[in-house]
Design a protein around this ligand. Structure first.
Ligand code: PXP
Length: 247
C-alpha cells in the first residue's frame, strides 16, 4: 500500500500482564514484568500496556511506577471506570488510559465497554483523565452506537475489540473484519484515533494491520505465550514484521 494511504507507522503496544500472571503463580518476583517492559523497548515495541485489575490478578500497584521508571516507552494503563482506578491513574499519570469493562453489566454483547449505556458514569472519569493530560481511550465493540457514544464523551481514542474477529471463522470472520474496518473509518472521520486489540496472533493480525486508519494495536497473551517457545525478542520482532508487511 502507498505511504499516502498509510501516513503513519502502525504502533505496537505490548501487553505484559501475563508475565505478571506467571510471576504471581509462585508469589515471588520472577518473571518480572518490568524486565519484559525494558526488553520490549529494545525489540521494537512502541508502548507498554498493563491492566491493573480490581482483583490485582496480574499487574500490581507497585509495578506501575517500576514500569514507568524502567522504560521511556509510553505506558497505556488499562483500567476499570472506578474511583479507585481513577485516583491511581491521576497519581501515576501514564501516557494513556484505556477504559475497559471488568464487570458483566459494563459490557456490550461483544465484550467491549458499554460506552453508550455507561455514559453518565464515564463522563467525569473521561474528563478527569483528559484534564490531567492523559490520552483517554475506550475499549469498545466495533459498533456504530459505541462510536457515537465515544464522540459524545469526547474520547480522543477508541480501541476496537478484535475478540469476536479472532474467534470467528470463514464468512463470520470476514463480516467481523468489515465491521472493524468500517468502524475504524467512522471513528477517524469523526476525529477519533482508532486502535484495535484482543486475541491477535501471527495468523490473524495482518488483515487488521492493513486497515489504514488504525494507529495502534495492543497485543499481549499470544506474544507472551510465543515467548515461552522462541523468546520475547523473536515474538515481538515477528509480530512487528507481520504488521509492517501488511501495510
Ligand atoms: N486491548 C485491551 C483493551 C485489553 O484489555 C487486552 C487484554 O485483554 C488486550 C488489548 C490484549 O489482548 P490479548 O492479550 O488477547 O492480546
Amino acid at each position: 500500500m502507498s505511504a499516502l494511504l498509510h501516513p503513519a507507522r502502525l504502533r505496537l503496544g505490548v501487553n505484559i500482564d501475563h508475565v505478571a500472571t506467571i510471576r504471581n503463580a509462585r508469589g515471588g518476583e520472577h518473571p518480572d514484568p518490568v524486565r519484559a517492559a525494558a526488553l520490549i523497548a529494545q525489540y521494537g515495541g512502541d508502548g507498554i500496556t498493563a491492566h491493573l485489575r480490581e482483583d490485582r490478578r496480574h499487574i500490581r500497584d507497585e509495578d506501575l511506577a517500576r514500569i514507568q521508571a524502567a522504560t521511556d516507552l509510553p505506558l497505556n494503563l488499562e483500567m476499570a471506570a472506578t474511583d479507585e482506578m481513577l485516583a491511581i491513574a491521576l497519581r501515576h499519570k501514564p501516557h494513556a488510559a484505556c477504559i475497559v469493562p471488568e464487570r458483566r453489566e459494563e459490557r456490550t454483547t461483544e465484550g467491549g465497554l458499554d460506552a453508550a449505556g455507561q455514559h453518565n458514569r464515564l463522563v467525569p472519569i473521561v474528563s478527569a483523565l483528559r484534564d490531567a493530560g492523559i490520552r483517554v481511550s475506550l475499549f469498545i465493540a466495533p459498533d456504530e452506537r459505541q462510536i457515537e457514544a465515544a464522540m459524545r464523551l469526547g474520547a480522543p481514542v477508541v480501541e476496537l475489540h478484535t475478540g469476536e474477529y479472532a474467534h470467528a471463522e470463514g464468512e463470520d470472520r470476514s463480516r467481523e473484519l468489515r465491521r472493524i474496518a468500517d468502524m475504524a473509518a467512522l471513528a477517524a472521520k469523526n476525529g477519533i484515533e482508532p486502535h484495535a486489540g484482543h486475541g491477535l496472533t501471527y495468523d490473524n493480525v495482518q488483515p487488521i494491520a492493513a486497515i489504514p486508519q488504525l494507529a495502534e494495536l495492543n497485543i499481549g497473551h499470544y506474544l507472551i505465550g510465543e515467548a515461552i517457545f522462541c523468546g520475547l525478542e523473536t515474538s515481538v520482532r515477528r509480530m512487528r514484521e507481520l504488521m509492517d508487511a501488511a501495510r
